[in-house]
Design a binder for this molecule. Sequence first.
Ligand SMILES: Nc1ncnc2c1ncn2[C@@H]1O[C@H](COP(=O)(O)OP(=O)(O)OP(=O)(O)O)[C@@H](O)[C@H]1O
Length: 272
Amino acid sequence: MEEKKWKIGDSEELIRVQEISKTFHLSAKQQKLEHSTAKTKIAVNQVSFCVNRGEVFGLLGPNGAGKTTTLRMLATLIRPDSGDAVLSGSSVVTQPEEVRRKIGFLTSELKLEDFFTPDYLYDFFSELYGIPTDRRDTRKRMLFARFGIQEFAQVRVRDLSTGMKQKVSLVISLVQDPEIIIFDEPTNGLDILTAKVVTDFLLDLKEQGKTIIISTHIFSLVEKICDRVGIIINGRMVACEDLRTLCGDKSLEDRFFEIYEAVNGEDENHDK
Ligand SMILES: Nc1ncnc2c1ncn2[C@@H]1O[C@H](COP(=O)(O)OP(=O)(O)OP(=O)(O)O)[C@@H](O)[C@H]1O
């Protein structure tokens, strides 16, 4: 089947997210945590955005805004209640297996099995993707060298540092050399040295022409690597623009707080 593609000027649209929404039922414990008596929470509310091939798109927002839920729907880990997203011609709703073959997904919450070694896990995930042994070994050597994993290749995950675990997770999320990479808070919890290795790697991926969506609350990371930014607050996409257009002559941080205050003011007036 011919893949559906949209053209905007010279750029090819690779990802189109159309009004995706997700509501969760809240347990009594969650209601307590949310300081709410509501039995449901709209985590993502009709979010739409597009990403062109080769672009880095940053999803920025405060805690609980809906970033992770959005990315988990794009990665087909959870199904949208309504709306759809098409990634390189495949729908997350009707063609989730196809989507999974095209993406690499990394979350800071990814738990690697403690008992296994990076070497074993890399081979295991490569096999799941049906990658031939010679290609697997060449790529593994390159990625392990890049992240300094070689000397820990035979060390069990339980004995690795947090930073090394995160680097191993990142490498494993990319075994199949995907054209689309989705990273949920890629530098979360990392020390500054490891965070820099990850940021530099993201810049390399960008240079290679990969299409990347990252979620973060780190303004400097967005300013460094993103072409476009979506700001998500209370489950709604409240701004979505080219980084330069969004910021004008202001810093991203200043613009973010301007938008945040405007949206919160609006929501408060609405609640009255
Ligand atoms: N499985 C779930 N069950 C119930 N509520 C959930 C679930 N997952 C997320 N939520 C709620 O949905 C809202 C959005 O959460 P989400 O994790 O998507 O936000 P986020 O922007 O990624 O936040 P953070 O930056 O803290 O990771 C939050 O109020 C969260 O508590």
